[in-house]
Design a protein around this ligand. Structure first.
Ligand code: ZN
Length: 496
């Protein structure tokens, strides 16, 4: 390796380390930090963020990227590292530091205001905050300088994706999901969730979660499982931590929450160790990340073959509680489809409708077609149009998610993209592993993990997500695989 390349990678590694420390502080804050440490933590975070930003925007780093770019021909991995380093450097350079600081402060205040507004069901007190965050976020997008403001925001989470592509993809998906939902609601069979609402002591839920995570191949020597108010995954490679939460009266919360986070964690643990700390050695995009969590949570974790093996295991953790339940009844219970107000509790069919609603609204907010004062009415109108229900309050409507107060415009679409990627990957996995269902029925999850590691995890960010999708599945991302999967599954559960 030439001296310039070595210098380039040394810089990248330093920036990576600073970002990883920020994540660790964030984990600590959400999991074990004493309440009175909040102010100190905010100072530490600000200091590290400023340091990382300075290293990333350093003109000398830009020079290094340029110098290495001259000798890149034929080296796919190096080219990807340079592409990602340039993307991060250019973006950081274009956004004025004063704007970054002003926006960070506005978001911090808006999040506090959001919590209060949500608790009081008082949108009016939150509106000036979200207006301010939106304004500053639009200025960030303008500073980035792409033709379309929403594209500039989206690019941070789903590189290469555009608002125009999403509009086509999501309007198709929306219409097909609404049709499927109507079919389900009109079906003769009405499975119930009652069995999930019996009494399930926390200890049994935790033991079961650990058992499944281990079977999936989650390495507890390279991670740990804790509790937090909002479950999340933090870290990469040899230190990938997951959190979950428990509800003794509702099995789904921890059950699918843990599977979801363990799916994210397998991705991070499965990245190519030879490319640790390199710009393109990281996950491909948030959409691809979400595909990994939804793959385990839904495509496997809500399937019959999976429960043929795991229902007896689950019954063993709760003696006497589940003895009367058959695999078919349990499977139907975890697949009940019902329009509801809260996104995070939505089933597989209605979930993407919640996301498309947010996408359409934030796209209109960013373009200026919709003002923040009109958000609650616009929200309720779309809920009625997509899901046929009207939220009784803003608390279970427009105020339910933290994202907009945190300045995360352009983030929501990645949740739906994750579902679409997952279904499209699954079609290929089924071709490659024709006896998948038999293996799942035997509790053999490792062949799935190996397939994902080889096809998705180890590729890191070498390819843009759309290209990765084409390489794995042979075609661009569409709603077809997801709709085929949902159509077959729900026809079986609901008997139509
Ligand atoms: Zn997730």
């Amino acid at each position: 390796m030439t001296e310039t390349r070595e210098k380039f990678y040394a810089r990248c590694e330093e920036i990576h380390d600073l970002q990883e420390i920020q994540q660790l502080l964030e984990w600590d804050q959400q999991v074990i930090m004493p309440r009175k440490g909040a102010e100190q933590r905010a100072n530490q975070q600000a200091a590290l963020a400023a340091l990382a930003h300075r290293r990333l925007t350093d003109p000398a780093f830009g020079e290094l990227v340029r110098a290495v770019e001259t000798g890149v021909a034929g080296d796919e991995v190096l080219a990807a590292d340079l592409r990602e380093a340039r993307r991060a450097h250019d973006r950081a350079v274009k956004i004025p530091e004063a704007l970054v600081a002003e926006r960070a402060k506005a978001c911090a205040l808006a999040q506090v205001a959001w919590e209060e507004a949500k608790a009081q069901d008082d949108f009016a007190s939150f509106e000036p905050h979200v207006a301010k965050v939106l304004d500053l976020t639009r200025r960030v997008a303008e500073a980035v300088g792409t033709e379309n403001r929403y594209d500039a925001l989206l690019d941070e989470y789903e590189p290469g994706m555009t608002e125009a592509e999403l509009k086509v993809l999501f309007s198709d998906l929306r219409d097909r999901l609404v049709r499927l939902m109507d079919k389900i609601l009109g079906a003769p069979r009405k499975p119930s969730q009652d069995v999930l609402k019996r009494h399930y002591p926390e200890a049994g839920q935790e033991a079961f979660g650990i058992r499944v995570a281990r079977d999936m191949g989650y390495d507890f020597d390279a991670g740990r499982l804790d509790r937090s108010v909002h479950p999340f995954t933090s870290g990469t490679f040899g230190d990938v931590r997951i959190t979950t939460r428990y509800d003794e009266r509702y099995l789904n919360t921890a059950l699918f929450g843990t599977l979801h986070e363990a799916g994210h964690a397998l991705y991070e643990q499965g990245l190519d160790p030879a490319r640790y700390r390199h710009p393109a050695g990281a996950y491909a995009s948030l959409g691809v990340h979400e595909s990994q969590s939804r793959f385990w949570e839904n495509l496997l974790g809500r399937s019959g073959p999976f429960w043929r093996h795991y229902l007896p295991v689950l019954q063993g953790h709760f003696p006497g509680v589940l003895d009367d339940v058959t695999v078919d009844a349990f499977c139907a219970a975890v697949n009940v489809c019902q329009p509801s107000f809260i996104r995070v509790e939505a089933d597989e069919v209605t979930y993407n409708l919640h996301i498309i609603l947010r996408f359409e609204l934030e796209s209109a907010l960013v373009s200026g077609a919709l003002g923040t004062k009109d958000l609650p009415a616009a929200w309720n109108e779309k809920m009625k149009a997509f899901l046929g229900i009207t939220p009784p309050s803003n608390q279970v409507g427009v105020l339910q998610d933290i994202h907009w107060s945190a300045g995360l415009f352009g983030y929501f679409p990645t949740y739906a993209l994750g579902n679409l990627y997952a279904a499209q990957f699954m079609e290929v996995l089924r071709r490659d592993l024709p006896d998948l269902d038999e293996r799942l029925s035997e509790g053999e999850l490792l062949p799935v993990r190996s397939w994902l590691a080889e096809n998705v995890h180890r590729q890191g960010r070498t390819y843009l997500p759309q290209d990765l999708c084409r390489r794995i599945t042979g075609r661009p991302l569409s709603a077809d695989a997801s709709m085929a999967y949902l159509g077959t599954k729900f026809a079986e559960v609901y008997g139509f």
